[in-house]
Design a protein around this ligand. Sequence first.
Ligand code: TGC
Ligand code: FAD
Length: 409
Amino acid sequence: MHKAPVELQRKKNKYFFMKTDLFEAPDYYLLDDLLTDEQKLIRDSARSWVKKEVSPIIEEYYEKAEFPSQIIKGLGEIGAFGPYIPEEYGGAGLDQISYGLIMQELERGDSGIRSTASVQSSLVMYPIWKYGSEEQKRKFLPKLATGEWIGCFGLTEPDHGSNPGGMLSNYKDEGDHYLLNGSKMWISNAPFAQVAVVWAKNEEGRIHGLLVEKGMEGFSAPEMHGKWSLRASSTGELIFDNVKVPKENLLPGRSGLGAPLSCLDSARYGISWGALGAAMDCYDSALRYSKERIQFDKPIGAFQLTQKKLAEMITEITKGQLLAWRLGSLKNEDRATSAQISMAKRNNVDIALKIAREARQIHGAMGISNEYPMMRHMMNLESVITYEGTHDIHLLITGADVTGEMAFK
Ligand code: TGC
Ligand code: FAD
């Protein structure tokens, strides 16, 4: 009989499964040879940290629909907050491939954990570093790098998701401050963030970024409930009711829709690696199960249809790894285009979702249990394929890039 890698624990009259994390990363094309010793060291320490700090608790927090806030300090310590932000501002000063590898390992644990790190790094620290004043960088970045402060990124509104340029959030110049009104929805980390990077229009209709801090009068961030996806991540609204934002909290370096979209480039790049982590976890579990589970007197991995599934999975993972690595190399040389990033995000999330579904099938009924990670990854990836630009929006970005014809509107 197949023995699941779990110990049953009795806790507050409920049973939770303590998983033994047996993950071994697939590397079919020997891609480790393309990594530097430093990149491998960073990847391996993130992997060990996830095995120790995330895997044993993630199912419990997923079930409770709660972000495990006790891991924030550790995320800061492994350099997951602002990996590529210069050390003088508290970041780890790493290259883009190292950033990608950290996202891969975190999402191997859970997409919600990677979400928290990619929002903090690419959607909060990145705009402050790129477009902030020196005072803003010194005030916010070191605290965000350690996790003492958590940030969130408010672009999406109830009526403006794929079309953020239509946003209604706005601010007026009131002499010694700005007066901000409007709302944002589906904002990762919002309920417990100390600072929100908020995109809103000025009186001329031009989009700017404002740093809205917890405690400012008229600002609230209620949690959104009822998610069947990304349950170990906290998602909320941002409500601005005549919030007085000090003038020094405007990001001075860039305005227009291109400013938030450039942050998305960085986060989408991280997701292209992250999704591979989820895919690798599902594949690893399916491969192990297929060797252990006996039906008709044979391991199910000996049947041709199981092998077809596994062969397709490892092929897609390998192609995705090559895409992410090449994109990381282009990013290190500052040559990656937004459209190239978009393609990698779309492709790698899409294959990860398909792999999660196929891996679940290989586990039969066990595949729907929280003893195995596939259902959790699969449900998470339904968010990942939607946020940071839906799959179809990314198809249209590639379509526009190759034809020169914009089909969005
Ligand atoms: P469009 O006219 O194409 O462009 C407006 C201006 O932006 C420039 N631009 C970019 N700049 C930098 N990076 C990019 N990727 C850029 N894409 C466009 C463009 O050149 C133009 O500049 P300028 O100077 O000429 O004004 O804009 P559009 O209104 O037609 O929209 C284009 C579209 C649909 C591709 C874009 O709006 C889009 O990407 N929509 C998807 C929205 C989205 O991704 N939202 C994500 C919200 S944040 C999130 O989901 C976080 S989840 C995090 C987590 O938990 O992990
Ligand atoms: P819509 O834009 O209403 O799209 C609905 C459908 O219509 C989609 O299938 C879409 O592809 C399609 N569609 C739309 N326009 C077109 C078109 N022109 N052509 C063809 N098809 C089209 N946002 C933030 O700002 N910050 C965050 O931190 C954040 N975190 C999130 C966390 C979670 C868990 C989730 C689920 C979302 C989060 N988002 C966040 C919001 C996310 O970015 C949006 O959900 C996403 O951009 C899509 O917007 P929408 O949900 O309004 O869908």
